[in-house]
Design a protein around this ligand. Structure first.
Ligand code: NAP
Length: 245
């Protein structure tokens, strides 16, 4: 296959797609935002940093022609996903959204859906010991909580944080036993997470179920209309193979 493929990355799916494309001899460039200090790097070439909004990405696509773009960013990277949709429309470059399915509730779960981080903060207002696993950005939504908050993120979280916070820096995946031990150690009463989906970070949900404690899940932002979307790396591979322009 000829022609470069741009993968908008920052997820395990993006890394697996890049590996599979490189194995097929495709020229792959993965783009990372540059948020994480020591990112797990994918196969193929990598560029780091924003494009400057939809217009910046459109200019970039005109200057560095690619055969296709796969937006494999995190389900909550809504700004990048919207920019990719607008830039693809403006330039005519084929775009695919690769987004893993969200989590689904199992018997024994006590899940409470929240429309936003702010709504999640309201949902945990009555609890005294809260486990925040929503990532280091957006914690400001919880800053007003008076509960003891256990905050876990890969890199140090951005202030402001809840006044009474314990920060744990750790990169998953975590086992169910590790999650159970952490939640017991901190006497966690409720877990807050984004509906990121995927196997790598779902052990906290299993642990919450085993401990009989509720989980507040922040709903995903909507997908931009008109962009073909697949849920698996295999489907994305098949789509790329079909892009022969
Ligand atoms: P975002 O809010 O959608 O994006 C903010 C800005 O960051 C975008 O406007 C863009 O800057 C830049 N950007 C984001 N992803 C990029 C990429 N792959 N390549 C180049 N620039 C990118 O995204 P975010 O939530 O901050 O996430 C940033 C990165 O972390 C993403 O790659 C995402 O896959 C990954 N990630 C996010 C989460 C999460 O919960 N949000 C979790 C795990 C991993 P310009 O406008 O200048 O182009």
């Amino acid at each position: 296959m000829t022609g470069r493929v741009l993968v908008l990355g920052g997820t395990g799916e993006a890394r697996r797609l890049a590996t599979a494309l490189v194995a097929e001899g495709v020229d792959v460039l993965t783009s990372l935002a540059g948020r994480v200090a020591d990112p797990a790097l994918p196969a193929g070439e990598v560029r780091i940093g924003g494009f400057g909004g939809a217009e910046g990405l459109a200019d970039w696509l005109r200057a560095s022609p690619v055969r296709a773009v796969v937006d494999a960013t995190h389900p909550f990277a809504a700004v990048m996903t919207a920019s990719a949709a607008r830039a693809a429309e403006a330039t005519g470059v084929p775009l695919l959204r690769l987004q893993r399915p969200g989590w689904s509730e199992q018997p024994g779960d006590d899940w409470r859906w929240a429309a936003s981080l702010a709504a999640a903060a309201e949902a945990v207002a009555g609890f005294e010991r809260v486990f925040l696993t929503t990532g280091r950005q957006g914690l400001a939504a919880f800053a007003g909580l008076t509960a003891h908050c256990l905050v876990r993120s890969v890199d140090p979280p951005e202030p402001p944080l809840p006044a009474c916070s314990t920060v744990v820096l750790a990169r998953g995946p975590f086992t169910v036993d590790e999650e159970l031990a952490l939640m017991r150690e901190h006497a966690v009463e409720v877990v807050v997470t984004k509906d990121s989906g995927g196997r790598l970070t779902e052990a906290k949900l299993t642990a919450a179920r085993e401990l009989g404690i509720p989980v507040v899940l922040v709903r995903r932002p909507p997908l931009p209309p008109g962009v073909p979307t697949v849920a698996t790396v295999e489907e994305a591979l098949a789509w790329v193979r079909g892009q022969t322009r």
